[in-house]
Design a protein. Structure first.
Length: 101
Protein backbone atom coordinates (compact mmCIF):
# COMPACT_ATOMS: atom_id res chain seq x y z
CA UNK A 1 0.00 0.00 0.00
CA UNK A 2 2.75 2.43 0.94
CA UNK A 3 4.52 1.87 -2.38
CA UNK A 4 1.31 2.56 -4.31
CA UNK A 5 0.66 5.74 -2.32
CA UNK A 6 4.25 6.87 -2.92
CA UNK A 7 3.83 6.23 -6.65
CA UNK A 8 0.64 8.34 -6.70
CA UNK A 9 2.47 11.09 -4.78
CA UNK A 10 5.38 10.98 -7.25
CA UNK A 11 3.00 11.15 -10.22
CA UNK A 12 1.49 14.35 -8.79
CA UNK A 13 4.87 16.08 -9.20
CA UNK A 14 5.31 15.20 -12.86
CA UNK A 15 4.56 17.42 -15.87
CA UNK A 16 2.25 14.72 -17.30
CA UNK A 17 0.17 14.47 -14.11
CA UNK A 18 -2.92 16.36 -15.32
CA UNK A 19 -3.28 14.14 -18.38
CA UNK A 20 -2.66 11.00 -16.36
CA UNK A 21 -5.12 11.95 -13.61
CA UNK A 22 -7.74 12.76 -16.25
CA UNK A 23 -7.43 9.17 -17.51
CA UNK A 24 -8.47 7.70 -14.13
CA UNK A 25 -12.08 6.72 -13.38
CA UNK A 26 -14.19 9.25 -11.46
CA UNK A 27 -16.49 8.04 -8.69
CA UNK A 28 -20.13 7.96 -9.73
CA UNK A 29 -19.25 8.80 -13.32
CA UNK A 30 -17.17 6.30 -15.27
CA UNK A 31 -14.93 3.28 -15.38
CA UNK A 32 -14.65 0.73 -12.62
CA UNK A 33 -16.07 3.10 -10.00
CA UNK A 34 -19.06 4.39 -11.99
CA UNK A 35 -21.50 2.61 -9.67
CA UNK A 36 -19.65 3.62 -6.49
CA UNK A 37 -19.54 6.97 -4.68
CA UNK A 38 -22.86 8.02 -6.21
CA UNK A 39 -23.78 10.71 -3.67
CA UNK A 40 -22.25 13.93 -2.37
CA UNK A 41 -19.73 14.59 -0.99
CA UNK A 42 -17.89 11.75 -2.77
CA UNK A 43 -19.51 11.86 -6.23
CA UNK A 44 -17.06 13.38 -8.71
CA UNK A 45 -14.42 13.71 -5.97
CA UNK A 46 -12.95 10.19 -5.88
CA UNK A 47 -10.49 9.69 -8.72
CA UNK A 48 -9.19 6.16 -8.39
CA UNK A 49 -8.40 2.82 -9.93
CA UNK A 50 -9.57 -0.54 -8.72
CA UNK A 51 -7.61 -3.72 -8.99
CA UNK A 52 -8.01 -7.43 -8.39
CA UNK A 53 -5.56 -10.28 -8.48
CA UNK A 54 -6.64 -13.71 -7.31
CA UNK A 55 -7.99 -13.12 -3.78
CA UNK A 56 -6.68 -9.55 -3.46
CA UNK A 57 -8.72 -6.40 -4.12
CA UNK A 58 -7.53 -2.78 -4.16
CA UNK A 59 -8.72 0.80 -4.52
CA UNK A 60 -6.11 3.54 -4.84
CA UNK A 61 -6.20 7.13 -5.98
CA UNK A 62 -6.96 10.71 -5.09
CA UNK A 63 -9.75 12.10 -2.94
CA UNK A 64 -10.67 15.76 -3.40
CA UNK A 65 -12.04 16.83 -0.01
CA UNK A 66 -14.53 19.62 0.70
CA UNK A 67 -11.70 21.52 2.42
CA UNK A 68 -9.98 21.79 -0.96
CA UNK A 69 -7.28 19.38 0.13
CA UNK A 70 -6.45 16.38 -2.07
CA UNK A 71 -5.62 13.19 -0.19
CA UNK A 72 -3.83 10.20 -1.68
CA UNK A 73 -5.11 6.82 -0.51
CA UNK A 74 -4.48 3.14 -1.15
CA UNK A 75 -6.61 0.38 0.33
CA UNK A 76 -5.78 -3.28 -0.27
CA UNK A 77 -7.65 -6.33 0.97
CA UNK A 78 -6.23 -9.85 0.95
CA UNK A 79 -8.17 -13.11 1.20
CA UNK A 80 -11.12 -11.55 -0.66
CA UNK A 81 -13.99 -13.93 -1.21
CA UNK A 82 -16.59 -13.34 -3.95
CA UNK A 83 -19.73 -11.82 -2.45
CA UNK A 84 -17.88 -10.46 0.57
CA UNK A 85 -18.37 -6.96 1.97
CA UNK A 86 -14.87 -5.77 0.99
CA UNK A 87 -16.04 -3.19 -1.54
CA UNK A 88 -18.49 -1.59 0.89
CA UNK A 89 -15.87 -1.47 3.62
CA UNK A 90 -13.34 0.17 1.28
CA UNK A 91 -15.96 2.74 0.25
CA UNK A 92 -16.70 3.52 3.90
CA UNK A 93 -12.98 4.01 4.56
CA UNK A 94 -12.84 6.55 1.71
CA UNK A 95 -15.91 8.30 3.14
CA UNK A 96 -14.27 8.43 6.58
CA UNK A 97 -11.12 9.97 5.10
CA UNK A 98 -13.23 12.59 3.32
CA UNK A 99 -15.13 13.39 6.51
CA UNK A 100 -11.89 13.86 8.44
CA UNK A 101 -10.40 16.22 5.87
Amino acid sequence: MRATAQLLKFAATQPWFADWKASLPIGGEDGTISSRFLKAPLKDHVIAKTGTLSEARALSGYLECASGRTVIFSIMVDAHMPGSADQGVMDRIVAAIAAAN
